[in-house]
Design a protein around this ligand. Structure first.
Ligand SMILES: Nc1ncnc2c1ncn2[C@@H]1O[C@H](COP(=O)(O)OP(=O)(O)O)[C@@H](O)[C@H]1O
Ligand SMILES: N[C@@H](CCC(=O)OP(=O)(O)O)C(=O)O
Length: 272
């Protein structure tokens, strides 16, 4: 099935979830990260702007310190502070193998809703594009509590995509799309194309989460709503096969594709 024409995607936000980056034991999935970095580097070399929104700081920190099970917010913040550096060190090493420069950007909800800070985030991201750098974004977990937290990077990625007026948002997860039921349940079937996010689509996203992930499918559908309403196409694909991003860029459907509303009908949110 065909989706949209490839060359319309000039600016792409790729979000990768903890489940793709970190093994169940908290150690980094080196092969998974290498595959992802190779694909992003190649897309960057083809002349596109790419932002990588990465999760995995809490999971990586927990693996390094040997902390198991679900933790409260204070512990998670400390684990994220440990894990973020480990993640960035790894990304730095892998991207450099392909000659790609990266930058770390840590944001909170407050930053993206406040006019001056939002403008500064926009300026930094777009200037990094001018320098051909891949910005690597995560939530600033140290200070992101309750009122100012997105809590899941799916929403953060969608808001970043609207900030920079991206053309495409791709979410990589441990599941290769949105299913009619939680995917381990009998009879669950993948939904390849979502033309409109109806209450029925929102309802099927409520369900179980993986052990490591945060928002589950619910936050991915919420992200799709934010993105498509801003005229940005979105896809959910399996994190094990990041080369599927090429298929989406070529207009071939894989995973679940969410059709964007017409950009002409949406306001440009980055004009401040
Ligand atoms: N209808 C559904 N379709 C697909 N996945 C679902 C559905 N309902 C619940 N899920 C769960 O959502 C999980 C993916 O979200 P999450 O754990 O947050 O992963 P990630 O770390 O990739 O963001 C899957 O492991 C799956 O079990
Ligand atoms: N900021 C957190 C990410 C939380 C999150 O959204 O995780 P996930 O559901 O795996 O994308 C971290 O780096 O661990």
């Amino acid at each position: 099935m065909k989706t949209l024409k490839a060359d319309i995607y000039k600016t792409i936000v790729v979000k990768v979830g903890t489940t793709t980056l970190v093994h169940e034991n908290g150690k980094l999935n080196i092969a998974g990260m290498e595959r992802l970095v190779r694909v992003i580097s190649n897309i960057k070399n083809s002349g596109k702007n790419v932002v990588l929104v990465t999760s995995g700081a809490v999971g990586t920190g927990a693996g390094r310190l040997g902390i198991k099970g679900k933790s409260d917010i204070r512990i998670k913040q400390a684990l994220a502070a440990v894990g973020q550096g480990i993640l960035m060190q790894f990304y730095e090493k892998l991207f450099l193998e392909y000659g790609i420069n990266v930058a770390q950007i840590l944001l909170t909800k407050d930053d993206l809703e406040n006019g001056v800070r939002r403008q500064n985030a926009f300026n930094t991201l777009t200037t990094l594009f001018e320098f051909d750098v891949v910005p690597i974004v995560n939530e600033n977990d140290t200070i992101a509590v309750e009122e100012i937290v997105y809590g899941d990077n799916d929403t953060l990625a969608a808001v970043v995509a609207t900030l920079i007026d991206a053309d495409l948002l791709v979410l990589l997860s441990d599941v290769d799309g949105l299913y009619t039921l939680p995917p381990h349940e009998p009879g669950a079937e993948k939904i390849p194309y979502v033309k409109e996010i109806t209450p029925e689509i929102e309802a099927i996203a409520e369900g179980t989460y993986s052990n490591l992930g945060t928002g589950g499918m619910q936050s991915k559908v919420k992200a799709a709503k934010i993105a498509t309403e801003a005229g940005i196409a979105m896809a959910i694909i399996g994190g094990e096969n990041p080369t599927d991003i090429y298929n989406i860029l070529e207009g071939t459907n894989c995973g679940t594709f969410f059709e964007p509303k017409s950009k002409a009908c949406t306001s440009k949110k980055n004009v401040i």
